[in-house]
Ligand binder design. Sequence first.
Ligand code: GLU
Length: 477
Amino acid sequence: MASTSATETSADRPVVTRFAPSPTGFLHIGNARTGLFSWLYARHHGGKALLRIEDTDKQRSTQEAVDVILDGLDWLGLDFDGETVFQSQRADRHAEVAHKLLEAGRAYKCFVTPEELAEMREQQRAAKQPMRYDGRWRDRDPSEAQDGAPYTVRIKCETSGETVIEDAVQGRVAVKNSEIDDFILLRADGTPTYMLAVVVDDMDMGCTHIIRGDDHLNNAFRQLQVIKAMQGIEDGWDEPTYAHVPLIHGNDGAKLSKRHGALGVRDYRDMGILPEALFNYLLRLGWGHGDKEEFTREEAIELFDLSGVNRGPSRFDMKKLLNMNGNYIRTAEDARLAKIAAERIGPQADIALLTEAMPVLKTRARDMNELADGAAFLFKTRPLTLTEKAVELLDAEAKARLAEISARLSKESDWTISALEANLKAYAEELGLGLGKLAQPLRAALTGQTTSPGIFDVLALLGREESLARIDAQAAG
Ligand code: GLU
């Protein structure tokens, strides 16, 4: 069979991509990445990025499951064009295509019974042949079937030659047509199969580029059979360019699964990852532009192309994501970070104080939960609850020193980082101690913890009154 390269056929049309997730209860990180690639490709070419929800599995496709996907995309900043298409609402159109193929002799009614199919499978298994429908009703007259017998509608696939896909990621992939069986388009109850629904929707949405996980590569050969058969029947059935993106694996090389930890976009948000960090991380996971690591959205749109997508699977590396996230936190706006942190701290959080503290808080945190934990001391009420370690630090000697620190600091007229530092350094010198030795009990008293931002930052942020009250509460005497 003559084959045209799909890339050639769609090169002149304005780019239309689609992202077609199934509502499974979460937006899988791997799906989010193909969604990102589809969106970026369309944006790069000034085309359209469409969204289709493949909600034909009634049990799983609850409104909640759909919302999880929409929320996740929204959070990542992937704004799709036009109305979202819901596959379940298009069953009539899917069936219409099957009937047109039937009328044109490109599909046929198959009356094979479940028993016959089971027997066919058994024989193929015994002969160690791949399992596929043998086409026994392909050339038979439907009148040979019993009146009213249930039937499915099957596509009449090409039997000779090969189907070639010039995949924009995988390269040239060819399958012998003899290996593709006449698959079902309509089930016995008249409902469309997934294989039919996907390709009808892709064509009706005018998609020029199908960017998706490489677990769908085999489906592409089947979907192309429908496209080719429909070309003589309706306009607008142009072969799209396929780009099958390798899946994401865990850092042990196995396909990413629950045991590798978080799988859904929402999990990452809960873990305190910023959307722009996940956007950048997913972009870099499986796509590259030289050795550049950080991309703004604008840069990503400008530079994204399919030729930069790796052919091999990529490995998810949590450490790398966290490092990237830390970098984004450090450059993010303080007021925005304060809002995100406040949601995690609770109603006692004061956004103004958090914003003021942010330059100090954001220097170390790799995620927003860590940042919020580091900020929690600001909003504690007296008497502070101390961690066990903090209690251990506050022995009699430490408490005596806190009393002296309180006396010194209450006379301090200049409550600034530099003045406070000079004051306590002088005291440490008097005692012949390192500043750290003084800072430890002071930190325990001020924050109830043994880790916190720098001690002078803590004093400055809490202010004179609150600092002295917290110190006095732990000081001896
Ligand atoms: N709904 C399919 C999935 O979530 C994607 C189908 C496609 O992209 O063709 O895996």
